[in-house]
Design a protein around this ligand. Structure first.
Ligand SMILES: Nc1ncnc2c1ncn2[C@@H]1O[C@H](COP(=O)(O)OP(=O)(O)OP(=O)(O)O)[C@@H](O)[C@H]1O
Length: 310
């Protein structure tokens, strides 16, 4: 798959007895924002470090533009490591210029790009400060600038939003959208699922080292079990419990929230509700990414590498 796609192809990694990754595969296409989500310890950082080439996989391959990642392609990746990787005693501008030059930019280009990102990320007042004297949020802005300063053609960002204030979240979101619009494949991990849902074109959910779902948020929520809210004020408790393919999620006051498998008959549910008296509400509701995530990471039957399922 050429055309600047980043391909993670069946990568596996063990740390001693711990299986950190078990045949993880997904693609990040040019111009796409891909959200990589999973619980603590699920394998996100390990995957991203392997994608960048700072950690070797036991098996599998990472390709960019159809070729295995090598030294040359590595310099074209903008990477934001989870553990952050700035020199604490170096000044912001000096640091960015140094990193840009390290990735092959000339002194002039490096200065120009560093100044541009300093302005863009609201760091003008801080450009002469040592990184260690900045607040954590500002250090993170510098870290983003460091990932972008050499004009990367791929972006791999490990939890770029953690610890940012709402304004910085907006700036970061805007920058990532712009990079994607320029045709850069962008993958980032995050625990902020509302943000991922809002921002990402596609999402991958990893659970205990295995991909359990990949797809657009729409695809994932459409293929998930449907939720149905039924307003039946006179319905006795447990009125829907025996209906085939139906699970009662909650019942209180006048409302019952049901989860329906694809085989369940919603008209049978409606008839059962009408048999109890008037029905004041009967509405389908798609689960949010957060709900989908909870069910994907807690569902023991989740099949690995399912496309558009959770
Ligand atoms: N250097 C290491 N040595 C041993 N085990 C490791 C090492 N690095 C990671 N692991 C283990 O590999 C698994 C995957 O860890 P990883 O850091 O990739 O998860 P993660 O999804 O990024 O988690 P988090 O959301 O907490 O950052 C975990 O069980 C972790 O304990």
């Amino acid at each position: 798959m050429p055309d600047n796609t980043l391909e993670i192809d069946r990568i596996s990694k063990r740390y001693g007895d711990i299986v950190a990754l078990d045949s993880v595969s997904f693609d990040v296409r040019p111009g796409e924002l891909f959200g990589f989500v999973g619980s603590n310890g699920a394998g996100k950082t390990t995957t991203m470090r392997i994608a960048l080439g700072v950690l070797a996989a036991d098996s599998g391959e990472v390709r960019y533009n159809g070729h295995p990642i090598n030294h040359e392609t590595r310099t074209r990746i903008g990477y934001m490591p989870e553990e952050r990787g700035l020199y604490p005693k170096m000044k912001v501008l000096d640091q960015l210029v140094y990193l840009a030059q390290l990735h092959g930019l000339s002194t002039n280009e490096a200065h120009k790009s560093a100044e541009e990102w300093i302005l863009r990320l609201g760091l003008r007042e801080r450009r002469g400060d040592e990184v260690q004297k900045l607040s954590l949020g500002n250090q993170q802005r510098v870290q983003l600038a460091a990932a972008l300063v050499h004009h990367p053609t791929v972006l791999v960002l490990d939890e770029p939003f953690s610890g940012l204030d709402p304004l910085a979240v907006d700036v970061m979101s805007q920058v990532l959208r712009e990079k994607a619009a320029e045709g850069v494949p962008v993958v980032f991990s995050s625990h902020q699922l509302d943000l991922v849902e809002r921002l990402c074109d596609r999402v991958g959910i990893i659970r205990a080292g295995r991909m359990v779902a990949t797809g657009t948020v729409d695809e994932l929520t459409t293929s998930a079990a449907t939720q149905l809210r039924v307003g039946a004020p006179h319905a006795p408790e447990g009125w829907a419990a025996q209906l085939p393919g139906v699970r009662v999620l909650s019942q209180n006051g006048s409302g019952t929230l049901l989860e329906l498998t694809p085989e369940a008959d919603d008209q049978a549910v409606l008839n059962a509700a009408l048999a109890t008296g008037p029905v004041t509400e009967f509405s389908r509701r798609r689960p949010s990414l957060t709900e989908l995530f909870r069910s994907a990471v807690s569902d023991d039957t989740a099949s690995p590498e399912g496309e558009a399922r959770a």
